[in-house]
Write a protein that binds this ligand. Structure first.
Ligand code: ARG
Length: 477
């Protein structure tokens, strides 16, 4: 490279403010591994096509290996004057191996290079996030296995609604997360095309072999249009959208943990390792980790918006705006993987408040639906039965009684079809056990759901026992 970073066309150095404003190496150095991986594939292809001498290609490959070592040993000096990760690495390579380094960039532009780096990085990040999601789901499967016996109120509108099993609730969280996993894997599959060869925007005059570089980097095929290739950042939007969805799920789970750990609920006690105290109030044990997971979700949603707004209105093909893709992508990934790690540990070690859950079932008329369903079994149309049950709830409220405490003559006053056996229908365990429907809370259904979940995880090569042990998750409430 010439002494002026941009070569022959330039006579003046870049302005200091412009340099600080435009450099990206302070954040895109995270792409060094992918950048080197892509360069090795490119240089091998150049040699195999006779575009550069084989001896130079060998020097370049060895030199790139050396640069990688320097970076990983923390000896590499990233230089903002060389703007980005690509030019930093190329400059160091040439400094190390001499003129041969100058041949690396033949038939390539930073535009197809950075698109390749990002696809490689995001592909890896999708799989890493997927694995982290699987870890949390594995922990949930273990906690679910230990809480099949625990009955708790299920809620709608945050009002006690109908009884369910705690395991059923934990399995609902697992479903949310496995959809996120699916979206991450979808994103990884769709992005798996290789940009190398698109050049700056109009490909290259050299007889390159795009199939070869695509295959060498584990891509399914080269991308199909050179303009689109250097302009496309959909794959980042998809990745960050999947992360935002996941972050929203984690936030909703975290919110339940916050509620549950309040004295008003008493449904969960988070372990000391995932709570903090108050600097003023000695009695406090705050669910800060769950609150922070909830709070950090805003960043991830913001990252998605940042990307979408950055892309909106960009003409083909590459525009420098696109350099702004990296901070939100890295931030979304870091935030979600950290949140997953924290929640995995927190949920693995939490203790559930079985007694508080049972006590909460006693008030709130969670058996009102059972009264209505009971009448339906006696031949009453559901709408009428619903009305009668509502009147009984109103009477119970007035008399400060539960539905089980109302005498049979009160039931009879509201409808002649009531008999002594109505009290049997009011038992919470019975209420749950009668919900013998696929996806329902009956014990056998929940046990089958846990078995099926374990099978799905095994299908993803997840070692549930090892993960449970690593996080201290046990099959108990
Ligand atoms: N640092 C740049 C980015 O991330 C690399 C591509 C630069 N291309 C260009 N034509 N200036 O977008």
């Amino acid at each position: 490279m010439s002494d002026k970073a941009w070569g022959g066309r330039f006579e003046e150095e870049i302005d200091d403010v412009a340099l600080r404003f435009s450099e990206s190496v302070s954040f895109d150095h995270r792409l060094y591994r992918e950048d080197i991986e892509g360069s090795v594939a490119h240089v091998r292809m150049l040699a195999s096509r006779g575009i550069i001498p084989a001896a130079d290609a060998e020097k370049i490959e060895a030199g790139l290996g050396q640069v990688k070592k320097e970076i990983e040993a923390g000896e590499f000096e990233w230089d903002v004057h060389k703007e980005d990760v690509h030019m930093n690495i190329e400059a160091r390579l040439t400094a190390n191996i001499g003129d041969a380094g100058g041949r690396l960039h033949t038939g390539r532009s930073r535009n197809d290079q950075v698109a390749t780096d990002m696809r490689l990085w995001v592909r890896r990040a999708c799989h890493e996030t997927s694995k982290a999601v699987e870890g949390l789901v594995a922990v949930l499967s273990v906690r679910a296995a230990g809480t099949v016996d625990v009955l708790m109120p299920g809620y709608t509108h945050l009002q006690r609604a109908q009884p369910v099993r705690l395991a059923h609730h934990l399995l609902a969280w697992a479903e949310m997360l496995l959809r996120d996993r699916g979206r991450l894997e979808d994103a990884a599959r769709r992005l798996n095309e290789c940009p190398l060869g698109a050049g700056a925007l109009a490909a290259t005059t050299f007889p390159i072999d795009r199939e070869a570089t695509a295959a060498a980097l584990g891509f399914d095929r080269p991308t199909r249009n050179s303009l689109d290739t250097v302009a496309d950042r959909d794959f980042l939007v998809e990745f960050v959208a999947a992360l935002a969805n996941c972050a929203v799920h984690l936030s909703r789970i975290a919110e339940e943990l916050v509620l549950w750990s309040s004295q008003e609920y008493g449904f969960v006690r988070m372990s000391d390792a995932f709570t903090t105290g108050s600097s003023m109030m000695p009695q406090k044990k705050n669910p800060d980790m769950a609150e922070l997971v909830r709070g950090k979700t805003g960043r991830v949603v913001g990252d998605l918006v940042t990307l979408l707004v950055m892309l909106k209105g960009l003409p083909l093909a590459y525009n420098r705006d696109m350099q702004e893709d990296k901070p939100p992508v890295f931030d979304a990934f870091d935030t979600v993987t950290d949140s997953l790690a924290v929640l995995t540990g927190a949920i693995a070690t939490a203790r559930f408040g079985v007694d508080a859950m049972r006590a909460a079932l006693a008030t709130g008329f969670l058996d009102a639906t059972e009264v209505a369903d009971y009448l339906v079994t006696k031949g009453v149309p559901f709408r009428d039965a619903h009305h009668v049950a509502g009147r009984l709830v109103a009477r119970a409220v007035t008399d400060a009684k539960t539905l089980s405490e109302l005498p049979l003559d009160v039931y009879r006053e509201e409808h002649a079809a009531f008999d002594d056996d109505v009290y049997g229908a009011l038992d919470m365990e019975t209420a749950v056990e009668r919900r013998d429907v696929a996806g329902g809370p009956k014990r056998a259904r929940v046990e089958a759901a846990i078995a099926e979940l374990r099978e799905r995880l095994t299908g993803f090569s997840v070692d549930i026992e090892t993960i449970a042990r690593a996080h201290g998750a046990e099959e108990r409430p």
